[in-house]
Design a protein around this ligand. Structure first.
Ligand code: CO
Length: 638
């Protein structure tokens, strides 16, 4: 069963997904404006979210104002035009030109770059030097070019292109990197600017196929495993509003951020207690650690440069999720301003998650067990060679989890026979994968029992030997109030169990303490490139695990709105330079986590999933274990 996003005539809510009709109406308003001609392209189209107070105070039946935010290009220049269209008033509410920035890379222009290379003399000569004469066999991957003060970058929207040999339609290009060749292309003009050839390296010999027909044999002993829920799932879906086991939330798909959750709350004795107003991946970066001319510039901001929603997959029943599935569609716009639907972009299902709590009382012989179950809200984006699954988890005990599942195909390089690269792992004969990181920044607009919150850094600290610690065993739980944006730029420290606790300024539990949620880190690498490097300036968010800002609706993306070819410094470093106060404020947490990926041979030819994420755990939010009311499992076999 597929859920269609609710239309404004059916169930209007200010956070309803844009409909195909609304996108068409917004695009028509732009196209009928004299400032936009046939060259104008829609780099981004999304809901201009109404103000937070108007959403939190919204009651069903209230009038809904619908505004659409668009980022336009109007020619091949380094300039965008930001437009807000009012659908209610049928006008362009604002039109703002911004110079010296680039939008996310456009698919149309990526195709233009590939086409330009296919007929380029220097490019084809480089291919011919490697014995490749059929341009149709060359897979060209356009990459965001970064910012390296190359003259090619000035005033242009460019990409750097890497070639791979794909001599069969089902071939794995990343098995056969055409090493030593990289091209700069003005993608907006379809113009090749430079083809760099650092010398021929032989093609790796193996095909690297992961298709079943290529495997010597498939396992025969894996028996059917089915998830059966004869009574249906325990959640309900109404428009984009999802309710499950006291939880409620809204799920939508944004072109850039991908899966976005709003108004996450927990119903407690008839009262909906807010936890998070909005949660999304605000940015991510994949910096590579090989300093050579062909790979040293590689770093991808897959949200801001490509768009996690634009790259979202249509999910398949029984493959991507298992069990009783419900889907939400994504509604996006093409660069020509036409709406389209990404069917089944967001998957909703329940998963058994082992035991939630248990005790065997040895005296009475009585055992009590409760099963843990979680609601999973997920989407998967494929960005070039990589696939990223984004999974929000909601548990029966009030815990929220977020997990990225990293899979897909490694970015590779060819290595001459007998060579052993210093900044890459060998994964197959003559094939290596450069070391790299995947660093995600999640923006968490916290509303723990109300809009006004404070944040403490929590550490477990041992006491020195003394009269109050005669056995040298004592340790304390220390809370440090983070008072300003500067104080709240923090890195993880697992040795002292460092984590961060967001407390309500207004609500208290039965022990008289503020109700709270804690952010519990998982894998927490920070950026290994220098903060002064090109990628370090552009991905400053990744130099810390935690940033905290007072809520500002204009501060949405950790590296700024336009990271593509940006010189850096935008986003979090810019905003937090004001060093605003964050005590008893509406707080936004910006949390960086991820993976430092030293590739393994087992990651080839396709990567088993690697996991990275974090938890938001109630800590004094409830008065006791909130899952005592779970019924015992229905059928325990002895
Ligand atoms: Co990786």
């Amino acid at each position: 069963m597929t859920q269609v996003p609710s239309s404004p005539t059916r169930a209007p809510h200010p956070l309803d997904s844009l409909t195909t009709e609304e996108i068409a109406a917004a695009a028509a308003l732009v196209k009928s404006d004299a400032r936009f001609d046939d060259q104008a392209r829609f780099a981004y189209v999304g809901l201009a979210e109404p103000s937070k107070p108007s959403v939190t105070s919204f009651a069903s039946g209230d009038p809904v104002q619908r505004d659409v935010r668009m980022v336009m290009t109007t020619g091949p220049h380094a300039r965008v035009v930001e437009v807000v269209a009012s659908l209610s008033d049928r006008c362009l509410r604002s039109v703002t030109e911004i110079d010296d920035v680039r939008p996310n890379l456009l698919f149309e222009e990526a195709l233009a770059a590939m086409t330009a290379l296919t007929t380029d003399v220097a490019w084809n000569a480089a291919m011919a030097r490697r014995g490749i004469t059929d341009p149709a066999q060359v897979q060209i991957d356009p990459w965001p070019a970064g910012n390296f003060a190359s003259p090619h970058e000035d005033g242009r929207r460019i990409c750097r292109c890497l070639p791979y040999l794909r001599d069969t339609p089902d071939g794995n290009g990343y098995a056969r990197p055409i090493e030593g060749v990289v091209a700069f292309v003005d993608m907006a003009r379809g113009q090749v600017l430079e083809v760099l050839d650092t010398g021929v390296v032989p093609l790796p010999p193996e095909s690297g196929s992961y298709y079943p027909e290529s495997q010597p044999a498939l396992r025969q002993d894996l028996r059917t495993l089915e998830i059966v829920q004869p009574e249906g799932p325990s959640f309900t879906v109404e428009g984009n509003l999802v309710r499950w086991q006291h939880w409620s939330l809204r799920a939508t798909l944004d072109a850039i951020e991908g899966l976005v959750l709003h108004q996450i709350g927990y119903e407690d004795q008839g009262r909906l207690r807010p936890v998070l107003y909005r949660a999304s991946v605000s940015e991510m970066v994949v910096p590579y650690g090989d300093p050579g001319p062909v790979h040293g510039w590689k770093n991808a901001f897959d949200a801001g440069e490509w768009g996690l929603g634009r790259m979202a997959n249509s999910l398949e029943l029984g493959c991507d999720c298992l069990g009783e599935i419900r889907y939400l569609d994504g509604v996006l716009a093409t660069e020509q301003g036409k709406s389209y639907v990404v069917k089944n972009a967001v998957c909703l299902h329940e998963e058994d998650y082992g035991i939630l709590w248990r005790h065997h009382d040895g005296r009475s012989g009585r055992t009590e067990v409760r099963r843990s179950r979680r609601l999973v809200v997920s989407s998967i984006a494929t960005v070039g060679n990589y696939d990223y699954g984004f999974y929000w988890y909601f548990y029966l005990d009030g815990t929220i989890g977020f997990e990225v599942k990293l899979t897909g195909v490694l970015s590779t390089m060819a290595v001459a026979p007998g060579q052993d690269p210093r900044f890459a792992s060998m994964v197959a004969p003559q094939l290596a994968a450069p070391y790299h990181q995947h660093l995600f920044n999640v923006r968490l607009d916290m509303d723990v029992d109300g809009t006004t919150n404070s944040i403490y850094e929590m550490e477990a600290r041992p006491l020195p030997l003394g009269v109050d610690n005669p056995w040298s065993n004592a340790f304390e739980s220390c809370a440090t109030l983070l008072r300003t944006e500067t104080e709240a730029q923090r890195v993880a420290d697992p040795a002292c169990s460092r984590h961060w606790k967001v407390v309500s300024s207004t609500a208290k539990n039965r022990l008289g303490r503020p109700t709270a949620y804690k952010l519990l880190p998982g894998p927490t690498p920070t950026l290994l490139a220098s903060a002064h490097s090109s990628v370090g300036r552009r991905a400053a968010f990744a130099t810390k695990n935690l940033w905290v800002t007072p809520y500002d609706p204009g501060e949405r993306r950790a590296a700024g709105e336009y990271p593509n070819q940006h010189r850096g410094g935008d986003g979090l470093p810019e905003w937090t330079s004001k060093n605003r106060a964050i005590v008893d404020e509406d707080l936004v947490l910006w949390y960086t986590f991820g993976v430092t990926h030293i590739p393994r041979p087992e990651d080839w030819p396709v990567m088993p999933v690697e996991y990275a994420g974090f938890l938001l755990v109630p800590t004094g939010f409830f008065d006791r274990n909130p899952a005592l009311d779970l019924p015992p499992p229905g059928h325990c076999h002895t």
